[in-house]
Design a protein. Structure first.
Ligand SMILES: [Zn+2]
Length: 446
């Protein structure tokens, strides 16, 4: 009997471990991609880049690399040493049972600390594992996705080439090292490649999330199969110059860049899917509860590309059938390890149903207190919140090398940092209400 029980325990442990895949530290190791990413200027958190308030009519807005990554000060509630006296302590585990706010109801998925392990908690955890395992045994596939995933991943040849040519035009303009060194090509290919970059001299200067032409191009290329040439029916959507440049550059890109790019993109997607498999359902529910929103039923199309200009990812209007179209940069050093979970859920909050609602609540609160608006406070809130919840969900912090990649770090003004620490964190910790937290945040983040 005891032997059978041991066997059962062993089997259940295997099931649990198979169900919870390990994280990969760096799914993207393509050196040319990293080099390409690093040649974009280090973009500071320019207020002028985020001036459009989201609405149901327009998707917001430019995603600067410096803004899409939550600093460790936030994800760990360990704020910088500049304000040690006002540090907010981590919520004790017991507080998850509080009913003071929706976030307090969220399950704590942090690994339990050894000194907290009791016989009772062990029994609860063990029973939980048994229940999960039994549910999995009854399901057709151990690696089944959530019944309705929010994210549909893909990587497309033509969209990757489009973004690469835009990056090459930028790098040429600032005399940075190219992603593909034309000097390594034969004379004929070299001339073709250099000419193909020319039409992009204008493209990289435009805003990829607001420029309707660029959105139309991205959406057209997102639904175009990897054929040897673009169908002529796309000439209208792409414009003759861009279509010609893409067709001319395609054989060279396919021979010299695409194999490594495709491999890295596929690895990034596999890593992101692994994260979503274990955490999407909980993240969705947590963000709905904390932000007091409802996700729309349509999925978000996630195109994984090598680069997205100076951003780690961008989100804009989508092709038919999707609520939004995110382009995520697999080549960005900010997007490695566990970052895709936080990144993709931040991008998801850009949909008008979420961003529009949060912006409206902040505007109402600002008017009620008769204050001047804090630029892009809605966006900062939607950066901080998924990062904090992802950290809690994963029970670990990101391992981005901020010394090497300072632009990955979320840059807040001292007032914003203090306000999120003092006013918003207590709400995430279940210690105050949404209304009180928002009231104080709007008052103090200035
Ligand atoms: Zn954003």
């Amino acid at each position: 009997m005891n032997g059978n029980r041991r066997e059962l325990k062993k089997m259940l442990r295997k099931v649990i471990h198979a169900w919870t895949p390990p994280f990969r530290d760096s799914p993207t190791g393509n050196p040319w991609a990293s080099r390409a990413r690093n040649t974009w200027p280090l973009v500071s958190r320019g207020k002028d880049s985020m001036t459009r308030t989201p609405s149901r009519e327009a998707m917001p807005t430019l995603e600067l690399e410096a803004e899409v990554t939550v600093a460790p000060e936030f994800v760990g509630a360990r704020y910088s040493t500049s304000r040690p006296s006002k540090r907010v302590p981590r919520r004790p585990r017991a507080n998850y049972t509080s009913n003071r706010s929706a976030v307090a109801q969220l399950p704590d998925r942090r690994p339990p600390k050894r000194n907290r392990v009791t016989v009772r908690s062990f029994r609860i955890r063990y029973m939980k594992r048994v229940l999960i395992a039994l549910a999995l045994v009854g399901s057709p596939c151990l690696h089944a996705q959530p019944s309705q995933t929010m994210f549909v991943f893909q990587t497309r040849f033509w969209l990757n080439l489009h973004q690469f040519l835009s990056g090459e035009a930028y790098r040429r303009s600032v005399k940075a090292a190219p992603g593909l060194d034309a000097a390594t090509l034969n004379a004929s290919d070299r001339a073709i490649w250099i000419s193909a970059i020319d039409p992009y001299n204008d493209v990289f200067k435009r805003n990829m999330v607001l420029d309707e032409d660029l959105i139309r191009i991205a959406n057209a290329l997102a639904v175009t199969e990897d054929a040897m040439r673009l169908p002529e029916s796309l000439d209208g959507a792409l414009g003759a110059n861009i279509a010609a440049a893409l067709n001319a550059a395609a054989p060279i890109y396919r021979a010299h860049v695409w194999p490594a790019r495709q491999r890295d993109n596929d690895a990034w997607i596999a890593s992101a899917k692994s994260l979503m498999q274990g955490h999407e359902t909980a993240m969705k529910a947590a963000l709905e509860a904390v932000l007091q929103v409802t996700w729309p039923p349509e999925p978000i199309l996630v195109d994984v590309v090598g680069e997205t200009g100076p951003a780690s990812a961008i989100t804009h209007n989508a092709p038919t059938g999707f609520v939004a179209h995110t382009q995520a940069s697999a080549g960005s050093p900010c997007n490695t390890g566990i970052a895709p979970l936080r990144l993709l859920f931040h991008e998801a909050t850009h949909i008008p149903q979420v961003a529009g609602r949060i912006a409206a609540r902040i505007n109402e609160e600002t008017e009620r207190q008769e204050l001047q608006p804090v630029p892009n406070l809605w966006h900062t809130l939607l950066l901080v919140t998924p990062g904090e919840i992802a950290k809690r969900e994963l029970g670990q912090t990101e391992k981005v090398d901020y010394a090497r990649y300072p632009f990955c770090k979320l840059q807040l003004t001292p007032a914003e940092q203090a306000a999120f620490e003092q006013d918003w964190q207590p709400y995430l910790d279940g210690k105050t209400s949404f209304e009180k937290a928002l009231h104080d945040l709007v008052r103090d983040a200035r």
